[in-house]
Write a protein that binds this ligand. Structure first.
Ligand SMILES: Nc1ncnc2c1ncn2[C@@H]1O[C@H](COP(=O)(O)OP(=O)(O)OP(=O)(O)O)[C@@H](O)[C@H]1O
Ligand SMILES: O=P(O)(O)OC[C@H]1O[C@](O)(CO)[C@@H](O)[C@@H]1O
Ligand SMILES: [Mg+2]
Length: 492
């Protein structure tokens, strides 16, 4: 076994036989000497002490890649999440806080609830503060006392009882507030931006030599966080999107030459649109940011709509909000506006597309059409999480609590190949997860909708700089298949 850190990266690397690499997460002992440890109170907890091997072995790790060839190196692993024999906090020492940042997502309240209940019921820790309204709440708002009583029913509600915001990340003010309040466990729930913010908070805490654990719980309705199998709330959102698609289908079927158009969320990644389409089977065309499309001419959207209406008398189109942004900018003046976090504000592709389709079919000799536009974007993320997401949120929250109690810090919890793990912040913030349009999942979608691929007949309307060329089976590349359908490739 060897250890060190990667070139140009701060990740703790441990190497082993057969090309084994552990991308480890930081621990208090990396920068604070001689900290006392205590036996894990779960050892005498009647619920857990009956579970054989309840504690995670210190050497347990989870491979990032489970599809391997006989000569493949063992590759990258992440530390397995779960309770450890020794903890770094006594129950009365713990002073935790929880913050939620970025957009809403089903399951936020469940994660908050389960952090509070996990700390209390598993570790006897009761001092837990809620930070009001995202990062800026650390230095501009009063805190909220979170007890098991306060959080008891919150998982049945959508949104976040703590409130959320974009922007306002002032690292020194946030860490000053953590230090002034004697907080020693910080649970940060949010998307890619939030995890970047959590990484700098961790670095500043470490620079100040504080015994404060920083744990991230990845949240995003867009499912754009890399490495992890999928983000919580995604399933719930896809399920809710079905209702809108179903309504569009019922409307479209009910009158002649009718088009039902549904806009779904997905700023840079079209996972919601893709999964909702695959699940529904009523969709004739799914447009996502990763797959450029065009309207006019051979192989274009209008030609396909005409064909489908002639064949079927109706059709359903699903468009992700980030799709075709270049097309919209070409015809409307692009304003290049950003939100408070610096995310590009999108033009309304759904409304624009509705207008364009109506204009096209209003021309002489074209089919007279009816178009029903449904925009359920905020509805799919403002609902409570479904049963499966509730369980998933519980496991994520408990994993975060176990990690912080065991002295790990600077980590994001995440499901990797079905196992709970601790992942270094850098791994989940270095890129965004996207639908790979040369992957089998997108091929499945194309074959289910029969839509044109919009590839090759015309120059793409926008480039693919961010997504590397993805090889299919049989090429000389190794491929890394994630359960969310992503494939990332590297030369052997
Ligand atoms: N590079 C960064 N460094 C520090 N803080 C950041 C960074 N990027 C974003 N943040 C902060 O993280 C918070 C959330 O970011 P953002 O609004 O991009 O949402 P997100 O976490 O990506 O969630 P989502 O995109 O799923 O809604 C904001 O308060 C923002 O200021
Ligand atoms: O709440 P806001 O700022 O309008 O956020 C909208 C964005 O947030 C997301 O839901 C991600 O959280 C995107 O899908 C969407 O573009
Ligand atoms: Mg984001």
């Amino acid at each position: 076994m060897g250890s060190g850190s990667n070139n140009g990266s701060s990740i703790k690397l441990v190497t082993g036989d057969g090309g084994y690499i552990l991308e480890d997460v930081p621990h208090f002992s990396d920068y604070i000497d001689d900290l006392p440890t205590y036996p894990n109170p779960l050892q005498s907890n009647p619920a857990y002490s009956v579970v054989k091997q309840y504690f995670v072995h210190m050497d347990d790790t989870v491979p990032q890649k489970v599809v391997v060839h006989k000569n493949s190196p063992r590759g990258i692993h992440f530390r397995r999440a779960g309770p450890r024999q020794k903890v770094y906090f006594e129950p009365d020492d713990v002073h935790a806080c929880i913050v939620t940042c970025g957009g809403l997502c089903p399951g936020l309240n469940t994660v908050i609830r389960e952090i509070v209940c996990g700390l209390n019921y598993m570790y006897g820790a009761t001092r837990i503060l809620g930070i009001d309204g995202g990062y800026r709440g650390f230095y501009s708002k009063n805190t909220i006392n979170l007890t098991t009583r306060v959080v008891n029913d919150i998982h049945k509600r959508g949104g976040t009882i703590l409130g959320t915001s974009r922007g306002g990340h002032d690292t020194s003010k946030i860490v000053d507030s953590i230090q002034d309040r004697n907080i020693n466990q910080v649970y940060i729930i949010g998307g890619d931006g939030t995890q970047k913010g959590a990484a700098v908070i961790y670095q500043e805490i470490r620079r100040r030599g504080l015994k404060v654990a920083v744990a991230g719980i990845p949240k995003t309705i867009d499912n754009d966080i890399p490495v992890i199998d999928k983000s919580f709330g995604f399933d719930t959102a896809v399920e809710e999107a079905q209702r809108a698609i179903n309504a569009a289908h019922v409307e479209a079927e009910s009158c002649e030459n009718c088009i039902g158009l549904v806009k779904l969320m997905g700023r840079n990644s079209g996972f919601i649109a893709m999964y909702a389409t695959l699940a529904s089977r009523d969709v004739d065309c799914c447009l996502i940011p990763e797959s450029p499309f065009y309207l006019e001419g051979k192989g274009g959207l209008f030609e396909y709509i005409e064909k489908r209406l002639k064949e079927n008398g109706h059709m359903v189109i699903v468009v992700a909000e980030g799709a075709g942004q270049e097309l919209v900018s070409e015809s409307l003046q692009s304003m290049n506006q950003q939100d408070a976090s610096g995310n590009k504000l999108l033009q309304d592709i759904g409304f624009w597309l509705s207008q364009k389709i109506k204009e096209y079919f209003a021309k002489p000799n074209k089919l007279p059409i009816n178009l029903k536009y449904i925009d359920p974007t905020y509805m799919i993320r403002a609902i409570p999480s479904n049963a499966s997401d509730n369980v998933y949120c519980t496991l994520l929250a408990q994993s975060a609590v176990h990690g912080a109690m065991a002295g790990y810090t600077g980590f994001t919890v995440g499901l990797v190949n079905g196992r709970q793990t601790y992942i270094p912040f850098e791994r989940v913030t270095e890129k965004q997860n996207k639908v790979v349009i040369t992957d089998r999942m997108w091929a499945r979608l194309l074959s289910s909708t029969n839509q044109p691929s919009f590839i090759s007949t015309k120059e793409p309307c926008h480039s693919h700089e961010e997504s590397p060329a993805q090889p299919l089976d049989g090429e000389i590349f190794k491929e890394e298949v994630m359960t969310n359908g992503d494939i990332s490739a590297s030369v052997p």
